[in-house]
Structure formats: C-alpha cells, structure tokens
Design a protein around this ligand. Structure first.
Ligand code: SAH
Length: 260
C-alpha cells in the first residue's frame, strides 16, 4: 500500500466514511507519479500520530479518498522516549545519523554545540538546514512505518540543552574509565524509565571539564565498549542499546509494538 505525507490540517476531525478531497500536490503525486487508480488503497500520514487509510474513490481532475479506517496510532513508536543530544559531525554523517536515529525510534534530536564541535551553522543558514533535516527525518519516518516524525531543535550548548524538558536519566558517552554500559546501568534501575537522554560528543570527544560538569549535574557516564567509535556510530549504537534495554527492541517487545 502507498503511504503519503499530507498536511496535518487535512486529517483533523475526519471520520470513517468521509470522502476526502486531496490537495493538488498529493493529487498530482498519486495520479501522475504513482499512477494509482480508483479502488487502490492509500494511507495518509500527518507525521504527528494520525494515519488515515482508505481507497481512492475518484482519480481524475479531482482525486478523492474514501476513508475506511482512522488510526491515532502508536504503531512504530517506542514506549520509551529517547532524545539524542549529538554534536553535528562533518559531511554526510549528520544526514546518516538523522536517518538511522529515526529508524531506531528516536523521539527528538538536539544538535549539540560543545567546546570541540567543528561544524557551526551560521544563523542565517539555520532555517534552510533545519528544513533539510526535517525532510530527512520525515522520509525516514515514513519509510520505517513510524507514525510520528522526530523533532529536531536548533543547535544548543550543553548548558542550554540540559534545560530541555527533563528526562528520567541522561547518559553521557565518554570513552575510557570504568563506566558501565547502557544495559548495565539501566538493568540496575528498578523504577520505570520512560525517557532517556543520550549524549554523544563531537569527533574530538567531550573535554574532561564538560564531562565533569555533566556528571556533577547528575548525569550518568556510560561506556560503549573498549573500542573508540566514531561519533556517528556511537549515537546509533547507544540508541539501539537503550531501545533494547528499555524500549521496543527488547525480547518480545518488537512484536507487541507491531500489532495493531
Ligand atoms: N578522541 C575522542 C573520541 C571521540 S569519539 C575521545 O577520546 O574522547 C566521539 C564520541 O563518541 C565521544 O565523545 C563519545 O561520546 C562517543 N564514543 C565513542 N566511542 C565510545 C566508547 N567506547 N565509549 C563511550 N563513548 C564513546
């Protein structure tokens, strides 16, 4: 079945049985690009949790969809809120991080400005960059059958980022020392953990002062094993481990979240 993005307003207050007139852009895409016909099944997706499924009732100058199912669904969404705080690496690696973190169920991504961050985005370029980033996460969310598109904030300093809505636990990845892995740390907590922040440094790493300040603020240092991972690998590996420990990649959990 084809799944296409539509503006949120189009799906507000819709009911099964409604006949939906598609906006020109989506009508053109379904009719002229995908060449769908009357009777074909289509899913409309607003990226904020609503999915509407139906069949095309008319494909001509006007393209109409007859809604037969409405889902305010959590499908594809982890019960665990994961926030990835990560310094923007050079080149194409950032795009890769955005895509893979979305596939792994990240809730939001905060670009971090640290002492050793190399990539600084000038203010006047930020709007365009963010638009491009949003396109990447939106398409990754659609492709990986999520119902919610992760949000990406403006780049923030560690200090500013810490003030974002609080998480139950914040994990600061820093090589060396004898820190625990994310699983060891999360397994040792008896209380429910609903949200986790994962903090990954730039190519040159966090400096010791930054790590100390974060640890002093109550954040937990973690190890991702004995090898030094590139920053992009580190964020994605940590996210997978956290989802496996408390999210929807653990034993039995993947099936639960897939069922409708
Ligand atoms: N030369 C840097 C390495 C930076 S790797 C240093 O020694 O600090 C980039 C980022 O990936 C690090 O800041 C850290 O957040 C994460 N990272 C990479 N490998 C890691 C490991 N084995 N354990 C914990 N964090 C790691």
């Amino acid at each position: 079945m084809r799944r296409i993005d539509v503006p949120r307003a189009l799906l507000l207050d819709r009911q099964p049985g409604d006949d939906l007139l598609l906006p020109d852009e989506q009508a053109h895409y379904l009719r002229d690009v995908l060449r769908l016909e009357t009777g074909d099944e289509v899913e409309l997706f607003d990226g904020e949790g609503t999915i509407v499924r139906g069949r095309l009732a008319a494909v001509g100058d006007e393209v109409r969809l007859k809604i037969n199912k409405l889902r305010d669904s959590e499908r594809g969404e982890s019960p665990l809120t994961c926030v990835l705080f990560q310094a923007i690496p050079k080149g194409k690696r950032w795009k890769w991080i955005l895509e893979k973190a979305t596939e792994l169920g990240v809730d939001s991504i905060v670009p971090l400005e640290t002492k050793r961050t190399v990539v600084q985005i000038p203010k006047q370029r930020l709007k365009r960059r963010r638009k491009r980033w949003n396109k990447i996460v939106s398409s990754a969310a659609r492709q990986s059958e999520r119902t919610v598109v992760p949000t990406i904030s403006d780049p923030l300093s560690i200090e500013e980022a810490r003030k974002e809505p609080p998480r139950d636990i914040d994990l600061v990845a820093h090589p060396g020392g004898d820190a625990e892995t994310p699983q060891q740390l999360l397994d040792a907590i008896d209380d429910p953990v609903d949200s986790v922040g994962i903090w990954i440094g730039p190519e040159g790493g966090f400096n010791e002062d930054e790590v100390q300040t974060m640890v002093d603020a109550g954040m937990s240092r973690i190890s991702l094993g004995p090898r030094i991972l590139r920053a992009d690998t580190a964020g994605i590996a940590a996210l997978a481990l956290v989802q496996a420990a408390r999210g929807d990649l653990g034993p039995g959990q993947a099936e639960i979240s897939q069922s409708e």
